[in-house]
Design a protein around this ligand. Sequence first.
Ligand code: F6P
Length: 323
Amino acid sequence: MGTTKKIGIITSGGDSPGMNAAIKSIVHYANMKNINCLGFKYGYDGLINNNYLLLSNNKVKDIIGFGGTIIGSGRSIEFLTKKGRKKAYKNYLYNKLDGLIIIGGNGTFTGVNKFTKEFNIPIIGIPGTIDNDIYGTDLTLGYDTALNTIIKTVDKIKDTANSNNRIFIVEVMGKKTGYLALNSGIALDALYIIFNREYNLKKLVSLLKKGNIFSKIIIVAENTKIGSASKKIYNFIKSSITNYEIRRTILGHIQRGGSPTCIDRILGIRLGLEAIKKIIKYDNNFVIGIKKNKIIHIPFEKSVRKKKIDINSIYIYNKFYNT
Ligand code: F6P
């Protein structure tokens, strides 16, 4: 173990607001310690193809408020193969790197887990995904911004829904976790939140038939067990009620973009700083997370465990609001 002279930074998976804040704090601290930072472009593919950007202080100067990631992100198919990971390792050695900081979600850390075991590289992970699906941390970079984007957007949908007396089914992202659905649903005062198996369409229809509902918004999580969730639910409700017109909106990738909220900026700065400090100390092989506002370390193996929302709270929400 020598002095740290050069590290690599990778953002991987779906981009998320706040990734740039993390990059900024890593680069500023590293440059202060005379450590060079190579930002590999478009995820693991950047390391596989040795495609990188030298990150000076000047390059990261104004990026704290930018959405996305200035080094690009991606889901590398090649990195899933041993051959691809070998190529990545070859470039790690070729560039004489002393460690990697990788920012991404659940899929990203599944890859890291294999990579560190195969090649014994010092790696630190930073949770960056709008899905909030990293086990052990309360928050991931981008989740708060995505949640706020959903709320701002659906508030607009509410205006038209109320004016035209229409029911709107709104599908939100979140992969297999329902964090975005649950918390946006509560904050939007949704009539119903649909996630996994915790819903009862017949009850929802009878509620709609009665009329006199307090909200016209139904939030549906993508990947609900029913399959292409919002479409099937839309068809079912449409064929069962006559007293309301019904429309369906898929919010889509708007949820991933935009300037990060204050929470995501500060989180990015804190996690980035901790990551670079730990790499320098040769203390590694974990994801840096946050629990009750305290920085914590989560071993890679643990970080990829299934993170479950409190499913009961969806059940209670739907029941409490609709009885
Ligand atoms: O993981 C982030 C995420 O936005 C998920 O919420 C969503 O399911 C997925 O990525 C969409 O992926 P893509 O950008 O490849 O369509």
